[in-house]
Design a protein around this ligand. Structure first.
Ligand SMILES: Cc1cc2nc3c(=O)[nH]c(=O)nc-3n(C[C@H](O)[C@H](O)[C@H](O)COP(=O)(O)OP(=O)(O)OC[C@H]3O[C@@H](n4cnc5c(N)ncnc54)[C@H](O)[C@@H]3O)c2cc1C
Length: 390
């Protein structure tokens, strides 16, 4: 019997989980996983990785994807390092530009879109300097991370745009790195927030705690000022002027934007996207077409129109998508649905000594944040995420 071809686009939290789940439970499946990088990136630890090059070893945060699938039948799994460039929903095909060799077209019986999101710091779209907070969508993560570590280590005036969790975590890590290198007073770190408090999505006591910790680490905190422009003189790309709402200007030799994520959707047909470019899914994680046609396509993780773009939410969505995909192929099982809920679960280290956050409506004590996340950024969980067990 011909195998059931399942193509998974994106090898990160969501795509890895679904690929493993199908391989474990569908004997007739042939899973093809497409991802530009041959490694899975534990980007949760990115703020520390880029600020403190020796905090973790590369093999702890860049893990080979192919090896994690070695236990399955060789004819049941294929890892295809490359980039999906087009989906044809009528012909049920995906076009792929492999990292090596000619473009090829794959037929699918079922398709999973798990291509996630990127940030402007990652793709360097604003400043030309990549600070990789996510997968770069190329096979160059090790070089990019090394280059980012070098840029940061050499910078004297760092301005961070945005004071959400990534901005606050990064500021805390940078401040500690400066202190440890004996450069206190020689390197300035400024974090700029458009809102009147840092971490505006959390309770005000969490915001106040984060601000106090940052200022204690000599980070300058600017609130209620939006960054309106970032410019460099044409002849000197190492000096930046960061213009703030109201006319203030900051000089920087490194500007790192940390606001917002954008969808990795360049290959996805418009009829599968909402007005902001995210893939429209229903509660069963089935992709919805604007023309109302039923499609054998599921999606999960940051790429979907579910607004909570967090790794544990990506995995929750992947669990639902995988269960419903398997139920459709094998039959018998009940249909699962995903509801992201509205409670905020966030733990935000401010360096290695403490932090803040919000868990089940409570603001955790600083020492708890240190124990839960601040010591290691969950780096030991990278192996289980890669194995689809997170
Ligand atoms: C600095 C930082 C820290 C974070 N910390 C936390 C945290 O502490 N806790 C938390 O819950 N969440 C955190 N997040 C959010 C978390 O990283 C995301 O929610 C998670 O990565 C989403 O996983 P995903 O599998 O949906 O997609 P992604 O991780 O975005 O991965 C998508 C994958 O698809 C690939 N891809 C893209 N386009 C194509 C294509 N055309 N063809 C093939 N492959 C493609 C990408 O290269 C990538 O490998 C953080 C995010 C950032 C930026």
């Amino acid at each position: 019997m011909a195998p059931i071809n399942i193509v998974v686009i994106g090898g990160s939290f969501a795509g890895l989980h679904i690929a493993h789940s199908v391989l474990r439970d569908v004997p007739d499946a042939k899973v093809t996983l497409i991802n530009p990088s041959t490694s899975f990136f534990w980007n949760i630890a990115a703020p520390r990785i880029v600020a403190k090059p020796t905090a973790f070893r590369p093999e702890q945060y860049l893990l080979p994807i192919k090896d994690a699938f070695a236990s399955y039948r060789a004819d049941a799994f294929e890892f295809l390092p490359g980039t999906a460039t087009a989906i044809e929903t009528t012909a049920k095909t995906v076009t792929v530009k492999p990292n090596e060799g000619e473009a090829k077209t794959l037929s699918y019986d079922y398709l999973v879109i798990a291509s996630g999101s990127t940030t402007s710091a990652t793709n360097g779209s604003l400043t030309g300097t990549s600070i990789p907070f996510k997968q770069s969508n190329h096979n160059d993560m090790e070089q990019l991370i090394e280059a980012a570590q070098g840029h940061i280590a050499g910078a004297k005036e760092i301005v961070i745009g945005g004071a959400g969790p990534i901005g606050v975590e990064l500021a805390g890590e940078l401040a500690e790195a400066v202190e440890r290198s004996g450069n206190t007073g020689k390197v300035s770190i400024t974090i700029v927030s458009a809102t009147e408090r840092v971490l505006p999505m959390l309770k005000s006591s969490a915001s106040a705690a984060a601000r106090k910790m940052l200022e204690h680490k000599n980070v300058k905190v600017v609130t209620s000022k939006r960054v309106v422009r970032v410019e460099t003189p044409a002849d000197d790309s190492s000096s930046w002027t960061v213009s703030l709402e109201g006319g203030d200007k900051l000089s920087a030799d490194l500007y790192i934007p940390t606001t917002g994520v954008t969808p990795n959707n360049s290959f996805i047909p418009a009829h599968l996207l909402d007005k902001d470019g995210w893939v429209t899914v229903n509660k069963e994680m089935r992709v919805q077409s604007t023309d109302g046609s039923a499609l054998p396509i599921f999606a999960a993780g940051d790429i979907t129109n579910n607004s909570m773009r967090l790794s544990f939410k990506a995995v929750e969505q992947a669990q639902v998508a995988a269960a419903n995909l398997k139920a459709e192929i094998v039959g018998g099982a009940s249909i699962k649905s995903y509801n992201q809920g509205d409670s905020i679960m966030m733990v935000v280290p401010v360096g290695e000594t403490g932090g803040t956050g919000q868990v089940f409506g409570f603001v955790p004590f600083s020492f708890m944040v240190k124990i839960i996340k601040g010591k290691h950024y969950f780096i030991d969980k990278a192996v289980s995420a890669l194995a689809g067990k997170a």
